[in-house]
Write a protein that binds this ligand. Structure first.
Ligand SMILES: Nc1ncnc2c1ncn2[C@@H]1O[C@H](COP(=O)(O)OP(=O)(O)OP(=O)(O)O)[C@@H](O)[C@H]1O
Length: 871
């Protein structure tokens, strides 16, 4: 119940059981003759009845359940090539928008259907080699006028007209259609459209939709199934109608009253259409077959005209009726229930929307098969020389040739459509006295230095390769240029997965931002490109630019103790890492590692970029043992990049931020994953912990190899123990990074990993170099990645000194003294000793080793102190 219904102490009059919904009229007095309980309560049956009044109740139905029941049917229909439609009808405030769109926390059918669509596409492309093209549009009908909700500022978006195509049916002229490649694209458009919807506050609903909104997905799929081309087109209308309130109930007056009239005009027509169709279908004969002429007033309102196919035509349609449980809405609710009950009778005639050429190919193939059988039979009964057989054979060859030709045509057409569809997104529009060019594809804009040149040149960089060269090149070039120092085949622009790379050919002259480019070079938004000496272009990447514009804010991640973040890159030969204490800057589309470059002199002194990597190139995010580092892996050696965080919390923060940037669904999927939520040290040291990789989509995974690293470490320690226990008795209790100073034998690295077992305390170094196996760069190193171990028995610990400085805890661990010879003793820096006995060469001096350990985490320091003190 809404707040208003609660404030008016409303009672619930709705009861649902199975697929039945009952409504009671509390105004009819009880127990008086003539008013039986049956009369007080009316029951309707539908395909489903959903109760979402009380989320605590066992009968509560969630948005997810609605999607599973209804949305998945729509998805199935779309993939089978049927048109589909869901429309929500009901009184103001009863939950239409909630069901269709929902909120960001509790998403409704439209976002879930779109997400489901791309989820399935991701799965199918992999196996079925199918191609898909998805476009969306979003409009509202307000006061009988159609408005485009997705067109940016333009006078064009108001008052669009409905037209009717003889085959494709009614459509809205000039309505913008937007090509979408993933759910993220749809989400952006949905947000934009929702913000534009005409809403106003009425007494009954604070944010009431005053318009009918139609979100349409045009979904085309093409594939070869058993060498047969197959292409289907399906149109999915998802409709959120305006509220059907009565003027006196909603407190409307003036403009709102006029709206009410127009809203109701559409709804009244919808009612009439439903009535006419239901009458038609009552005796089980579909409208198209009926001889009797019944007029269906589709054209009486914009809404019904547009939804003509969905209502009684070629579509699988679902009507959702939303109702209020409150007694004060009795009559509206009853009328909604009756309306829905009537709509049940409508019979649609959905058919698969197949491409006409594909249909022809299929028919020809069937004919070929039939002819082959006939000819086969003919040969058995010696008909082969007869004229019938000859003409059959001719026909067979003719059909085969035709099928080949049609299949080739279809394949070319589909390949072209893939590109043309994207180019269609280029739109010229007038804005004030200016003309604005909207394009969604990466492109080059000519910057001509010739004062006499007047035109504007735009070249699209389509998905795949775009060649650039002269008109006398042997192979025809996609972009033909002239001018000094321009080679016949000058360069190629490669556009793969929205990353555009300039590939110079031979020794051609190519410059990006004034710097000569000899090797393939990845372009970013706004780059100025010079080809030869005269042809200058600006590179635009609209998607990248849009993201950069909208989210200029950057996320800055740095270690709580920034001197404890090291970054290392695998260099070309993967042999020498370059560890540098530094800082990682994670932006929307790129990650930078910067460090303080001490080698620079004078004015140049300062911060330098150690490594940078486009997030889109990342295919795997790898969590290091005990969460001490994060490694990102792309597909080439140059895109492997390791960040030593020395902190499990920072590792998780970094992984989450990276995944968020890489995949829209990451947030949801990764919410419960152990690598992002669990204690990484505990998970690493536990043999039994099962940590599956998190596959976010076909191209991105979050992984770890804890068990393998743990095995490596245990073997490594066992090999270095003097008194060897059985391998099974080596239990690792702790593994964490510490800043160390060891005397008398200092360690080469200031930061080491401290480990504790039941019997030993040790320091190791992780091998910073990444050793991929030659074939697969994403495999883990073959050799163990631990080195430089210092291992002491716990029984040798003599003293633990604790100093608590600022936020760090320093622990000095003093080990049992050993005796060293005088020579060695001198080398250890104690040569200022004066009284040296004559036999000092052979005298053994007592000497204690001390480890000064500084912890970044107090909890771990406490664990070590406790463990050593207990010993
Ligand atoms: N099933 C539900 N669960 C939780 N909240 C709901 C549910 N249905 C509706 N609401 C809440 O009720 C309020 C009104 O719902 P909504 O805006 O969807 O109604 P509507 O039918 O679209 O109204 P209008 O026709 O005026 O646009 C919203 O605040 C919405 O969040």
């Amino acid at each position: 119940m809404s707040q208003r219904e609660k404030d008016l102490s409303s009672q619930s009059i709705i009861h649902m059981e199975g697929n039945k919904t009952s409504i009671s009229n509390l105004k009819l007095p009880k127990g008086i003759a003539g008013y039986s309980a049956r009369k007080r309560t009316r029951t309707f049956s539908y395909d489903f009845s959903y109760d979402s009044t009380d989320c605590e109740s066992a009968n509560f139905v969630s948005q997810e359940k609605i999607f599973k029941d209804l949305g998945s049917d729509v998805l199935l229909a779309a993939f089978q090539g049927y048109n589909a439609c869901i429309f929500a009808y009901g009184q103001t405030g009863s939950g239409k928008s909630f069901t269709m769109m929902g909120s960001s926390e509790d998403r409704g059918l439209i976002p879930r259907i779109c997400e489901g669509l791309f989820g399935r596409i991701a799965g199918m492309t992999l196996w079925d080699k199918a191609s898909f093209c998805t476009k969306v549009s979003y409009l509202e009908i307000y006061n009988e006028r159609i408005r485009d909700l997705l067109r940016k500022k333009s006078s064009l978006n108001y008052n669009l007209r409905v037209r009717e195509h003889p085959k494709a049916g009614p459509y809205v002229e000039d309505l913008s259609k937007h090509l979408v490649q993933n759910y993220c694209d749809v989400e952006e458009l949905m947000e934009m459209g929702n913000a534009k919807r005409t809403t106003a506050s009425t007494v009954m609903n604070n944010i009431s939709s005053r318009s009918h909104a139609i979100f349409t997905i045009n979904f085309t799929q093409a594939k070869f199934g058993g060498e047969m081309p197959c292409e289907t087109v399906s149109k999915i209308h998802l409709v959120d109608l305006a509220g059907s309130e009565r003027a006196h109930n909603s407190g409307s007056s003036g403009v709102r009253l006029k709206e009410g009239g127009n809203i109701n005009k559409s709804l009244v027509t919808l009612g009439n259409v439903i009535s006419a169709l239901a009458d038609w279908s009552d005796d089980g004969v579909s409208p198209n077959m009926k001889k009797r002429h019944v007029f269906v007033p589709y054209r009486d309102s914009v809404l019904t005209w547009l939804l003509k196919d969905s209502l009684g035509g070629n579509s699988k349609t679902i009507m959702i009726a939303t109702i209020s449980p409150a007694d004060l809405n009795y009559s509206e609710t009853l009328s909604t229930l009756r309306y829905a009950n009537r709509a049940k009778n409508i019979m649609n005639k959905p058919t698969i929307n197949e491409d006409s050429n594909v249909k022809l190919i299929r028919e020809l193939r069937a004919e070929i098969a039939r002819l082959k059988v006939l000819l086969g039979q003919g040969s058995q009964i010696a008909l082969l020389d007869s004229p019938t057989a000859l003409s059959m054979e001719e026909k067979l060859h003719e059909n085969e040739a035709r099928v080949l030709e049609l299949t080739k045509e279809w394949t070319n057409k589909w390949n072209e459509t893939q590109n043309i569809l994207k180019e269609e997104t280029l739109a010229l529009r007038k804005e004030g006295i200016g003309v604005v060019l909207d394009s969604e594809l990466p492109h080059l804009i000519g910057i001509d230095e010739d004062l006499l040149s007047t035109g504007i040149i735009l070249y699209h960089l389509k998905e795949g390769r775009t060649s650039v060269g002269r008109d006398d090149a042997e192979v025809q070039q996609d972009i033909v240029l002239h001018g000094p120092s321009l080679e016949r085949e000058h360069c190629v622009f490669e556009n793969l997965n929205d990353l555009v790379t300039l590939v110079p050919l031979g020794s051609s002259q190519c410059f990006v931002n004034g710097i000569p480019v000899m090797e393939p070079y990845q372009l970013s938004q706004g780059a100025v490109i010079l080809l030869g000496r005269m042809n200058m272009f600006r590179f635009n990447h609209p998607k990248e630019a849009a993201k950069m514009r909208e989210k200029r804010k950057s996320t800055l991640l740095s270690s709580p103790n920034s001197s404890m973040t090291d970054v290392s890159e695998s260099s070309e030969n993967l042999s020498s890492p370059a560890p540098q204490p530094g800082c990682v800057l994670l932006f929307e589309s790129i990650i930078y590692a910067i460090f303080h470059d001490r080698d620079l002199q004078g004015d140049e002194k300062g911060l330098a970029v150690f490594h940078q990597l486009q997030l889109q190139r990342i295919r795997e995010v790898h969590v290091g043992f005990a969460g001490q580092h994060v490694r990102v892996l792309g597909t080439t050696e140059h895109t492997i990049f390791t960040m030593y965080t020395y902190s499990k919390q920072l590792t998780q923060g970094l992984c989450q931020a990276l995944l968020r940037g890489l995949s829209p669904e990451a947030e949801e999927l990764s919410r419960r994953h152990p690598l992002l939520q669990g204690d990484l040290m505990e998970l690493s040291l536990n043999w039994k912990a099962y940590i599956p990789d998190l596959c976010l989509n076909s191209r991105l995974r979050l992984s770890s190899q804890f068990k393998r690293a743990l095995a490596d470490l245990v073997y490594f320690l066992h090999g270095n123990m003097k008194e060897k226990p059985s391998l099974a008795d080596v239990h690792l209790l702790l593994y964490t990074s510490v800043r160390v100073k060891v005397s008398p034998h200092p360690r080469p690295h200031a930061i080491s990993w401290l480990l504790l077992t039941d019997t030993h305390v040790g320091l190791v170094q992780e091998d910073g170099v990444f050793h991929p196996t030659p074939r697969s760069i994403t495999l883990m190193p073959k050799q163990a990645h631990f080195e430089q171990v210092a291992l002491r028995e716990l029984l040798d610990v003599r003293c633990v000194l604790v100093a608590d400085r600022d936020s760090f805890i320093t622990v000095d661990v003093v080990f049992k003294a050993t005796r060293v010879r005088y020579q060695e003793f001198r080398q250890l820096g104690k040569n200022n000793m004066r009284a040296i006995p004559s036999l000092s060469e052979y005298y053994l001096f007592p000497f204690s080793e001390v480890w000064e350990l500084t912890f970044g985490c107090r909890k771990e320091a406490a664990f070590v102190i406790n463990h050593l003190s207990m010993v």
